[in-house]
Design a binder for this molecule. Structure first.
Ligand code: URP
Ligand code: ZN
Ligand code: ZN
Length: 494
């Protein structure tokens, strides 16, 4: 029997389904043994008293990407993946973002080249689709999907990106045929635009009015509409960054009635509120993201959604912009809320915040933590078997978490390039002290040990959720408009 490259000894292993004491043996970047008392390895780490957990998967983060407002975000693939690694995340799935005049194949090639040279952990891509014309739908989108970009995000708001309902139906139809998962940014554009115009007319331009403009009803209306479109066609979808009680209720009700709708939430909806946007001067701009953080009641609704499975995905929606004229404040103190770059940083703190507030405060179990931060992402985005689990045959992507380590958050200790954190001063209990990516110890003793460009592109499979179509019954699927039209077409041809 060949020697192990690495043995993690005496730790407590947790997966989404079980937890147990075992040693973990790694060879050639892969987990090859999980047993008690493994024979010695070339390198050994004593994990006694610590958790041995699957490396996190952050399936919603914006890296080296032009935003909806046309601004380049502050992190490139190097700073973003380093930051992710320090927070226990070993896989990211950011967005190759098409803006309307861009050709998808060029967008993807450019993005792949940027990532290839810089990423220190593994990564896949989603596509952002802003122009679903014939070329995109017939040629470019199917090609991207065949190349392992098996999910795409569409927007119901933002002037530069939004699709109308007719376009959304087109995209859902192609996605279903090509086996891709559609992720939806669900906010009602005209409601927001109408409120923004009235606020600005009345000189209500401070950051706190961003939360007024992005009313929870705009979120729940668009959520309901997106679900209706998906039900019309019998095509699953995922609502991203769900923030408010009403949207959560809408999703839960639709699931109860058999709709194949999945949903994601983010740290900002658990740990921040709209009151943060009302900090002194322009400081509230640090917290402007869309949808915005809501109130304590919505935070409780998010915890409930996490507990009952309405919100199985917990991502960062890391969207980093510096707190200066290059990012959040293009016009300095005169910047109105509608000009503030949208988004908050969160790649590094996503997992520690949930570990501390969720696991350590007994709101969720360690198994739920693993599911929410890793395993469910692997299932949702076609990485099952490779990522998101401590299992023989899986990539050795692992975090060794010390539940007793206390950290007071401060921006200068983080590794992203935003230069501030919305969680400044938060006290966190529990931290990933050792982080391993495909068998390489990339973080240890608070030090990075990974080369630029050592991360690998992940050609992803179709989502497990599409293959199983879990919540659509055969009868309902037969009834959907998509199937009726397809049958009609076939009948017409025969
Ligand atoms: O405000 C946010 N969330 N910015 C990032 C872009 C997006 O819509 O996810
Ligand atoms: Zn979005
Ligand atoms: Zn986003």
């Amino acid at each position: 029997m060949e020697e192990f490259d690495l043995v993690l000894r005496n730790g407590r292993v947790a997966n989404a389904g079980d937890e147990f004491e075992a040693d973990v043996g790694v060879r050639d970047g892969v987990i090859v043994a999980i047993e008690k008392s493994l024979m010695p390895g070339k390198r050994e780490i004593d994990a006694d008293g610590r958790w041995v957990l699957p490396g996190g998967i952050d399936s919603h983060c914006h890296v080296e990407q032009l935003s909806a407002m046309g601004m380049m975000c502050a992190d490139d693939f190097y700073s973003a993946t380093v930051s992710a690694a320090f927070g226990g995340t070993t896989t990211i799935i950011p967005f190759a973002a098409q803006h309307r005049a861009m050709k998808i194949s060029e967008v993807v090639a450019d993005y792949a080249e940027r990532a290839r040279k810089k990423a220190v952990i593994d990564y896949g891509f989603h596509l952002i689709l802003a122009n679903p014309d014939d070329t995109a739908l017939i040629t470019d989108l199917p090609e991207a999907i065949r190349n392992g970009i098996t999910s795409l995000k569409v927007y119901m708001t933002y002037d530069r990106l939004r699709l109308d309902d007719h376009q959304l139906l087109d995209v859902l139809t192609v996605a279903a045929r090509e086996q891709a998962l559609v992720m939806v940014h669900a906010e009602n554009h005209d409601m927001i635009r109408w409120i923004v115009n009235r606020l600005v007319d009345r000189a209500h331009t401070a950051p706190k009015f961003h939360a007024v403009a992005h009313d929870p009803i705009a979120e729940s209306e668009a959520t309901n509409r997106a679900i209706a479109l998906s039900r019309l066609l019998g095509v699953p979808l995922l609502i991203v960054h769900v923030s408010g009680r009403e949207a959560i209720h809408t999703i839960r009700r639709a699931k109860k009635h058999g709709a194949a709708v999945y949903a994601e939430t983010c740290p900002q909806y658990l740990f921040l509120t709209a009151e943060d946007l009302d900090r002194d001067g322009m400081d509230g701009a640090m917290f402007c993201c869309s949808p915005p953080p809501r109130d304590k009641d919505s935070q409780e609704a998010v915890w409930d959604g996490i507990k009952d499975g309405t919100l199985p995905i917990y991502s960062s929606d890391h969207a980093p912009y510096r707190f200066d004229a290059s990012g959040k404040l293009p016009k300095g103190k005169a910047t109105t809320f509608k000009e503030v770059a949208n988004g908050v940083p969160g790649l590094e703190l996503r997992m520690p915040l949930l570990f501390s507030e969720g696991v350590m405060k007994k709101r969720i179990s360690i198994k739920e933590f693993v599911a929410l931060t890793a395993t469910n992402h692997a299932e949702m985005y076609g990485l099952t078997g490779r990522k998101g689990e401590i299992a023989v045959g899986a990539d050795a992507d692992i975090g060794i978490w010390n539940p007793d380590r206390e950290v007071t958050v401060t921006a200068s200790k983080l590794h992203d390039n935003a230069g501030y954190t919305p969680y400044e001063g938060h006290k966190i209990r529990g931290w990933p002290e050792v982080v391993i990516s495909r068998g390489r110890i990339v973080v240890e003793n608070n030090t990075l040990n990974a080369e630029r460009g050592s991360g690998m592109f992940l050609k992803r499979n179709p989502s497990d959720m599409l293959r199983s179509q879990v919540s659509i019954s055969a009868a309902e699927a037969r009834r959907t408009l998509r199937n009726l039209i397809d049958v009609g077409e076939k009948d017409g041809r025969s």
